[in-house]
Design a protein around this ligand. Structure first.
Ligand code: A3P
Length: 302
């Protein structure tokens, strides 16, 4: 697969102990009052963080598409201006679970849609010319992402002491698509933020696909510009896009490694059903039963 030499070097470096040290260094400032806002990349992180910044801090039009003033990354607390009512930070990260984490919101999305979304991100970032099948094999080993593979990331967080204690909140992209206000209410309760229906509705509106796309287009803060091109966080925003890219063989390769995570999250029976019921084809998600079935109890303990 043709990738720029610089990108290859970075991919190699990601697998060395140097990265572990760097991540540990960034996490050294995390305290027990902080809540980690965590996800595997391409799971809808930007969407939910945008809405939460509006809900909690009335960020409104002031916020950029990713804005460290409201939700700094781990290690970027010096850029943050807004804290939670308990004095802690709401800190963004894509890292795997680390024991310092006491409380976390974990945003998750069907791993197949994550793979499709990541494909377009890498293509744009690197100018990669590979087709989806060619991309999938290294992707499944975690080649393109700092925190490793999607399935290890998901299971690492769900099996963490943080979730076992009931201090983890799982928010699914598909559930946000189905009823975003309900998911914002769950987040507010988890964070012990007093709110009103009106504020929730306002935050949901602020995070609509169209509004976020406009915000991104006028944004000065588009973080990845390796090829000089802006890389949108707001791209297509649908469920089931994987069907437009996975061949049967790709699906088998994906399932061979990621099925336990898919099953755990309640995505497991959605294979055939998704082909019928995603936004890209057929009836709406709310008409389906497979993906609205709750995942394992501890994963949705809040
Ligand atoms: P697609 O590439 O499938 O369109 P992250 O922020 O974790 O990188 O996730 C990016 C994904 O979230 C992209 O998915 C993007 O389009 C989607 N997304 C961003 N804003 C959204 C919104 N307001 N509504 C629905 N999906 C959104």
């Amino acid at each position: 697969m043709k990738l720029p030499p610089l990108y290859r070097i970075r991919a190699q470096l990601r697998r060395t102990i140097l990265r572990e040290w760097l991540v540990a260094y960034r996490f050294r400032g995390v305290t027990e009052r902080d809540v980690l806002f965590t996800s595997f990349p391409k799971s809808g992180t930007t969407w939910l963080s945008f809405m939460l910044s509006d809900l909690i801090w009335s960020a409104g039009d002031r916020q950029e598409i990713t804005d460290p003033r409201f939700m700094p990354g781990v290690g970027q607390q010096h850029l943050g201006e807004c804290r939670l009512p308990n004095g802690g930070w709401l800190l963004r990260t894509h890292e795997r679970y680390r024991p310092v984490c006491q409380k976390a919101i974990y945003v998750v999305r069907d791993g197949r849609d994550v793979a499709a979304s990541m494909y377009f991100h890498v293509k744009r970032a690197t100018g990669m010319e590979a087709d989806f099948s060619e991309f999938l094999q290294p992707y499944l080993t975690g080649y393109f992402t700092g925190p490793g593979s999607w399935h290890d990331h998901v299971l690492g967080w769900l099996d963490s002491p943080c979730f076992a204690r009931g201090d983890g909140l799982l928010v699914r992209y598909e559930d946000m698509k189905e009823n975003v206000e309900r998911e914002l209410q769950r987040c507010a309760e988890f964070l012990q933020i007093e709110t009103t229906l009106e504020r929730i509705q306002r935050a949901a509106k602020a995070g609509s696909f169209e509004t976020m796309q406009k915000t991104e287009q006028r944004s000065q803060l588009i973080p990845h510009r390796e090829k000089g091109e802006p890389i949108p966080f707001v791209r297509k925003g649908i469920t089931g896009d994987w069907q437009n890219h996975f061949s049967e063989r790709d699906l088998k390769r994906f399932e061979a490694v990621a099925w336990p995570a898919m099953e755990r999250l309640g995505y497991a029976d959605s294979n055939a059903a998704d082909a019928m019921g995603s936004e890209s084809a057929g009836p709406s998600r709310s008409e389906r039963t497979t993906l609205s079935a709750p995942p394992r109890q501890e994963a949705r303990s809040q």
